[in-house]
Design a protein around this ligand. Sequence first.
Ligand SMILES: [Zn+2]
Ligand SMILES: [Zn+2]
Length: 646
Amino acid sequence: MIKITLPDGAVKEVEKGTTPFSIAQSISQGLARNVISAKFNDTTVETTTPLTEDGRLTLYTWNDDEGKKAFWHSSSHVVAQALEELYPDIKLTIGPAIENGFYYDVDFGDETISEKDFPKIEKKALEIARGKHDYKMRSVSKADALSYYKEQGNEYKVELIENLDDGTITFCDHSTFTDLCRGGHIPNTGIIKAIKLLSVAGAYWRGDENNTQLTRVYGISFPKQKELTEYLQLLEEAKKRDHRKLGKELELFTFSQKVGQGLPLWLPNGAALRERLEQFLKKAQKKAGYEMVVTPHIGQKELYVTSGHYAKYGEDSFQPIHTPKEDEEFLLKPMNCPHHCEIYNSQPFSYKDLPKRYAEFGTVYRYEQSGELHGLTRVRGFTQDDAHIFCTTEQLNDEFKNVIDLTLYVLNSLGFEDFTAQVSVRDLNNPEKYIGNTDDWEKAEQAIIDAAEEKGLNYVIESGEAAFYGPKLDFMIKDALGRNWQLGTIQVDYNLPKRFDLTYKGSDNELHRPVMIHRAPFGSMERFVALLLEHTGGNFPLWLIPTQAIVLPVSEKHEKYAEKVLNSLENHEIRALIDNRNETVGKKIREAELKKIPFMIIVGEQEEESASLSVRRHGGEDLGSLSVDTFSDLVTTEINSTLKSF
Ligand SMILES: [Zn+2]
Ligand SMILES: [Zn+2]
């Protein structure tokens, strides 16, 4: 008999050789129907793998990430079989599951495939899936594995096998198809009810551009056709909301090859939006006791040697800037923290002066490979809404609560309602991984947990996720399409105060080391605007949107009145434009809709006579005829409903 411990702590005594599937059966028939994968003592196993020793067992269904991973990886075998049947001369390489679906890297030889070929591949793959073939793992000796693939002339699999140890090599068979594989499959192909190929792309063998270029076939699969349909709708919506597309349409930002990759150029609309976001945060920060500072875009190499950034990132990042003077080296600023430490160091502080809270919209530069760059979310130069708080350990709890308040204020004002928090603490089994003393760590972790508790956050504690220099709290935001974004990290740091020898004079007249907190509610202006664009689809909250209203005169005759209306809107502090081009009102409305302007104000004969406005909302709702005052009240009410004061 062996002892199997389940995640809830329950222990089952079963006969040696029992499979995860029969353990699922002994729990409930429902679980047995749905279990598709399992983990035994940190190793992924099949539901049919006989368990031969005591251990911990987790069973997964489609609803678990691990279950999806097994499902998608198993689907990649089916697609590989379909490809092999349709294109007998291809060479298969690797086919892992990814965050959404799977891919298979294939050497198609002289053949090329495109989206046009997808339907026939999908059809073939589904035919295979419907055969309900079991996935069967078997061990193979290194010699047999090598000769199997040498015979096929597949140099890729041969290379993979050559790097494996004899005795650890397994093949997976289903139907007539065999693949080199470590395992982690669903029970049989019949569970796969829907398969869709999504795209093809070039990919170098082993990610090395000196190697052969393979074709990467991306796909996704589901246990129900309905789930595929929903996923494709979501993809369609995500495409419409792609911040790169919206950024162009709303004239917010652009990129220039001449200026350089990954270096965004903010257009007037975007700059105004950004400015408004900055003012919004600055105002709240001022109330929260922050002081603004300004620091340069470069710093002496020595500064980053002191901070430790040079040792960590120096080689892989922008290289030092040399001046005509010998041995003088500067680096583009990768982080604002070292500069702020030196600001702290510029004068002596006593415990009565703390906390000090230095804030800066600081632009930093980090080298990213060109393949990694993506719109505003992965760039080489970006501005952080950075701040560093220097305080005593006793003040940590209050400071954390203040930062949580500020972050929640930011999220609420910008329409993010669905979020959770994660508190990252030490791995208590590996204390040598962390700097600073145990007492401080315990206090800091407790301060964060208490703050999260007192603020009523929906949070989880993740042990082992803390940085080596301190625990932290992250907000995980779910956007309108259900995607997760990490935002608003609040990080405790014991490392930099030590490296920069920061001190304050305590009530005992002795020098003590302050604790440092790094925090940035937006993260960076670039990434935040991208997130906001994709979350709102460009329909920003009214207080933030660049143009709140557009005045559309019906004809040239009404231009004068339109100008008058524009003037009085401006007097009511409503950001408005006028469209007096010689175009039909219908066309002007359509264009204003595309520009996501919240209010369209149509003025013609009737409006001029009654000194009123005909107001139409973005999306089509007709608000009827209003006076400028009533309209202005409506705008103010709507702004006040989202933008509360801090
Ligand atoms: Zn496999
Ligand atoms: Zn920092």
